[in-house]
Write a protein that binds this ligand. Sequence first.
Ligand SMILES: [Zn+2]
Length: 88
Amino acid sequence: MDRTRVTVTCADCSFESEHERLRDARVALDDHESETGHDARWEIESLAAGVTRAGADAGVCGRPECTNADSPLVDPPGADASEGDGGR
Ligand SMILES: [Zn+2]
């Protein structure tokens, strides 16, 4: 439902890897940077909404809870939808 894909890319080479968790992506990014000294970055893609968020936003505190605090994905209008759908 709220799957997220994080793509790590490098500005200095063709390095690219995908992760389902921000933490994994962060490790890969950090790993590549420390190994090569390149300038890598990540892109967070929410598959459910099809929204791509800037990595800089997500990196503010590093916690998913904080990252998605203002995302509509966290608080879907479930009650609202069922109320309107089942109502007659
Ligand atoms: Zn690189």
